[in-house]
Ligand binder design. Structure first.
Ligand SMILES: Cc1cc2nc3c(=O)[nH]c(=O)nc-3n(C[C@H](O)[C@H](O)[C@H](O)COP(=O)(O)O)c2cc1C
Length: 205
């Protein structure tokens, strides 16, 4: 049975800035292709920090916090593909995004105990932004290897782009800063890769 392709974009920045500009540009791109793309800005969500009470989530296979993660996880389960965009803070995602990652551990725990949900047919692209190439690559690879690989979500493309920290009111600075030649082309290629990979996995049109 063919389903319509659904892509969920998750923005890990605590501010309106470069990451969000990239997510919005990709949304336009998916729109031109007629693909449904919902955007979640983590900065607008109530995500309580994981308090490590694994006795609860191991037993009930859900989090004890009834916060916005409930809705986010439902959307993740319904989507076929994901876009994750995050700033780099000290070669890692910001605390906001790390809180989201930690709260996704219910997906991991549940799979370990019940083999559900099986996320192995989901596909993702990752983009990180920051001022230093080595750090942004490390952040990108952290998200890819230690978050998405753990959840068995295949990463089909990942890239980092150079930003300027201060936006001075220009929320689209990443497209104007001249530090990334062909950023639009690169984003388009990533969007295409994600869509093509989902068609190959099957079940989506
Ligand atoms: C607390 C903090 C730590 C940061 N650490 C780094 C860093 O280690 N290396 C780097 O290249 N940029 C670092 N940055 C710069 C951000 O990655 C950069 O401003 C990025 O564009 C922010 O993305 P955004 O505009 O999407 O919020 C840091 C910024 C903040 C606020």
């Amino acid at each position: 049975m063919n389903d319509k392709m659904k892509i969920l974009s998750i923005c890990g920045s605590p501010r309106k800035g470069n990451s969000e500009a990239i997510i919005n540009r990709l949304k336009e791109n998916f729109g031109h292709k007629g693909i449904e793309n919902e955007v979640i800005l983590l900065r607008e969500k109530n995500i309580q920090r994981c308090n490590g009470c694994v006795e609860y989530c191991n037993k009930y296979l859900e989090c004890c916090h009834k916060d916005d993660m409930l809705e986010i996880i439902q959307k993740m389960l319904k989507a076929n593909g994901y876009v994750f965009v995050s700033p780099n803070y000290f070669a890692m995602p910001p605390g906001l995004f790390k809180d989201f990652i930690d709260k996704c551990s219910v997906l991991y725990t549940s799979y370990c105990f019940t083999k559900k949900p099986d996320l192995s047919k989901k596909r993702a692209i990752i983009i990180t932004v920051g001022t230093d190439k080595e750090f942004i690559d490390a952040c990108r690879d952290y998200i890819s290897k230690w978050f998405l690989e753990t959840l068995r979500i295949e990463v089909v493309a990942k890239k980092s782009f150079l930003s300027r920290s201060e936006l001075k009111g220009n929320y689209n600075d990443i497209f104007k800063n001249k530090l990334n030649s062909n950023i639009d082309k690169e984003l388009e290629k990533m969007a295409n890769k994600l869509c093509d990979s989902l068609k190959t996995v099957g079940g989506v049109s």
